[in-house]
Design a protein around this ligand. Structure first.
Ligand code: ADP
Ligand code: MG
Length: 704
């Protein structure tokens, strides 16, 4: 199929063209899309001056294309059209009539504009607030369409149209607006931008579009902004959502493909060290752990670097699996690295694995920024020579400072996606096998989006010996009961956490607040008990000492900021009080709660909040969710519901914040479809398809 015009040569004179020589550039068909039109700045639109430009910029709207992509938050519901005589009660309605008179006045800071509007059946007193400029436009005789409701002052106008109607129309879009930029103005601007809807390239091949039952992109944009029904709006949104999900999935496909071309060291099957490790564990692995280990073994046997996500709720036993993967490297005579997001966690990991490693004769080194320069150099040398078989440290430190002799397996704990650049920094030429661990359960939809290029192992059930944490939520007025409960545990020889209120301040201020709170508790609620205080300002050595003492039972209560959020593992700690729990996010609360319930004893989490009546709906729902379930996946779904997709874990790194049209929860099917299509298509093919589609358009135009 030749879509490109054949080259013109003297031997084949072109018919229909003025000359034999092709012009330097073919004139572009008049109706071909002009994507550059979308790049134009908003101030190229009529009526947009510097002030409006600035206000738009604050909403993130800089170009015509941005306006097109400004998704309505919702749509105005249909309101019945009423004759004025038929208006009743405070029902929302639309009336149409003619202005008889209008006048405005000031009442304090409020400007009230009143217009008498009649429609033959009767007359209303329509009122507007703080829109003084409108008065001169409401000249007697003007036809108006008003949407609003009756109150004791008259007919309070929500939206209105002078001349041709759109504002009062059913399903008028309601945009995320700002105080300084009215809905009406935004609607007007988007309507102008919509003239360029056809300039937005429709990269979806026609055949694919038809097969997936999706509208044209331009039609989708029109439907999104000016729908005739909610269904139409939704169909439009879903088409736009499909596009962005497809782009995301294509990026993931490409990333996975790139990885397949990398070379890693294939490890021999598990041997003697792996067996000794299993034997050294004081428990049998759970079926979920066995499954994960089998999957990891299969990955390690390949000469392609493993990229696996190990997900499981707090306390599900991920660390045990991760250490297994690391030991597999050691067993093969190579090295392993365990990377944590914070120093506290790195130290905590060391505490966890140190004992086992000593038992297994595996040499571990901890690298933290707190080490004196000389010791750090020493650790680096251990890594370079291979004398350290495992190195534990923060992501930053290991990636920046360490050159391994032969790194075969890297475990990356928590949140950080391990980018390609970082990977190459770890091992020149040869890539290590990487296991990502996350204790923040990700709903499946999100996992496919954020980690779509990773294989996933899931620890879906905790070790059987563990009882779910009992969670209770009490208002501040009953916090003394919470502390009474906590003291009871302490008297029985258990240990406890008290989580300080979340304050938004510098580390130093937070630390001071925590110290003050610990001091207060020592004198009041926790008098007579040994109270330690853990915060991010402690020097690593102090922190380690504190953690060690808490682990050893020399401290009864750890008063802590959120630094205990992850990783801290003291099975004898059976009760936790979270102060001002309403300030914490759901994921954070769940993480915090995971610090208790790690042993066989029944554990408790007491959430203390400001009085329940004072809380926002969202805060109340978060706390209720915590009480209702301990299932991290369910909580993650709830969180997704409460917060929307943009703010979740990994969102920033993954480009998830770029998802403008997608609502992950309800678009799960779209996501799966986009994933399927992306895998079938491959990146290059889609590009070709897009070019084909462009040429197609050009050809059609040429024919007509
Ligand atoms: P995670 O890292 O997923 O939060 P950990 O690996 O730290 O969980 O395990 C939490 C606790 O459960 C630890 O005290 C660990 O020793 C224990 N544990 C892990 N696996 C098992 C198992 N199969 N049976 C009993 N206890 C286990
Ligand atoms: Mg852990």
């Amino acid at each position: 199929m030749s879509r490109v015009p054949p080259p013109l040569s003297p031997a084949r004179p072109a018919v229909g063209f003025a000359g034999a020589d092709a012009p330097e550039r073919w004139p572009r068909p008049r109706s071909a899309p002009r994507p550059e039109a979308l790049e134009r700045r908003v101030d190229t639109l009529p009526g947009v001056g510097p002030a409006v430009t600035k206000r738009l910029a604050r909403l993130g709207l800089r170009t015509v294309g941005d306006l097109l992509a400004h998704r309505p938050r919702r749509y105005e519901q249909p309101a019945p059209e009423r004759r004025i005589a038929e208006l009743f009660g405070d029902e929302e309605a639309v009336v149409e009539g003619v202005v008889r008179s209008a006048s405005g006045r000031r009442r304090g800071r409020l400007h009230v504009l009143t217009a008498h509007v009649a429609d033959g059946s009767g007359e209303i007193r329509a009122t507007w607030f703080n829109q003084p400029w409108l008065e001169q436009r409401l000249v007697p005789g003007t036809r108006v369409r008003l949407r609003g409701r009756q109150n004791r002052f008259g007919f309070a106008v929500d939206s209105y149209d002078l001349g041709d109607a759109s504002e009062t129309a059913d399903f008028a879009p309601v945009y995320p607006a700002s105080e300084e930029l009215a809905q009406k103005q935004l609607r007007g601007l988007v309507a102008q931008a919509l003239r360029h809807a056809r300039d937005d390239l429709d990269a979806l091949p026609a055949a694919l579009r038809v097969r997936e039952g999706l509208p044209l992109r331009a039609d989708a944009l029109l439907a999104l902004h000016q729908p005739r029904s909610l269904e139409e709006a939704e169909a439009g949104r879903r088409r736009l959502s499909f596009d962005e999900l497809l782009v995301l999935q294509l990026a993931l496909v490409r990333r996975a493909a790139e990885r397949e071309s990398l070379v890693a060291a294939a490890l021999p099957p598990p041997g003697e060290l792996a067996a000794r490790y299993r034997a050294a564990l004081p428990f049998a692995l759970t079926p979920a752990q066995e499954r994960a280990i089998a999957e990891i073994d299969a990955d390690l046997a390949r000469a392609v670097p493993m990229q696996r996500l190990l997900q499981g709720d707090v306390g599900s036993g991920k660390t045990v699996v991760a250490l297994y993967a690391l030991l597999r490297a050691v067993e093969a005579g190579r090295q392993g690295a365990l990377m944590a997001p914070t120093e506290v966690l790195a130290e905590q990991h060391l505490l966890t694995v140190e004992g086992l490693c000593a038992q297994l004769d595996v040499r571990v080194a901890l690298l933290t920024s707190a080490l004196p320069a000389r010791e750090r150099t020493a650790v680096r040398q251990l890594a370079a020579s291979g004398d350290a078989q495992l190195v534990i440290g923060t992501h930053a430190l290991i990636q920046r400072d360490v050159e391994f002799r032969d790194l075969a397996v890297a475990v990356v704990d928590e949140q950080h996606r391990f980018g390609v650049e970082q990977r190459s920094a770890l091992a020149e030429g040869r890539a290590p096998h990487v296991l990502h661990m996350t204790a923040t359960p990700i709903p499946r939809t999100l996992a496919l989006t954020v980690y779509g290029d990773l294989a996933v192992s899931e620890l879906d059930a905790p070790p059987a010996s563990r009882k779910p944490v009992v969670t209770a939520w009490v208002g501040q007025e009953r916090s003394s009961e919470a502390y009474e409960r906590l003291r009871r545990h302490l008297r029985e020889g258990r240990q406890a956490y008290v989580v300080c209120p979340l304050i938004e301040a510098s580390e130093t201020t937070i630390a001071r607040a925590a110290e003050d709170e610990a001091e207060r508790l020592r004198r009041a609620e926790l008098a007579g008990f040994r109270v330690g205080c853990l915060h991010g300002r402690l020097r690593p050595a102090q922190r380690r000492e504190l953690m060690a003492r808490f682990s050893a039972g020399e401290i009864d209560v750890l008063v802590a900021t959120t630094v205990i959020e992850v990783g801290v593992d003291v099975p004898n700690a059976t009760i936790m009080i979270v102060q001002e729990a309403d300030r914490f996010g759901l994921a954070q609360l769940h993480q915090l709660r995971g610090r208790v319930g790690r042993g066989a004893e029944q554990s408790y989490c007491l959430l203390v909040s400001r009085p329940k009546e004072e809380l926002t709906d969202a805060a109340r729902e978060r706390l209720e969710a915590m009480v209702q379930t301990t299932d991290g996946f369910e909580l993650a779904e709830r969180d997704l519901e409460l917060r929307g997709e943009g703010q979740l874990l990994g969102a920033r790194q993954s480009g998830l914040t770029d998802l403008r049209f997608t609502r992950l929860r309800q678009d799960r099917d779209l996501l799966e479809r986009a994933r399927r299509v992306a895998r079938a298509l491959g990146p290059d093919e889609l590009l070709e398809a897009a070019v084909d589609c462009l040429l197609d358009t050009a050809e059609h135009v040429g024919e007509s």
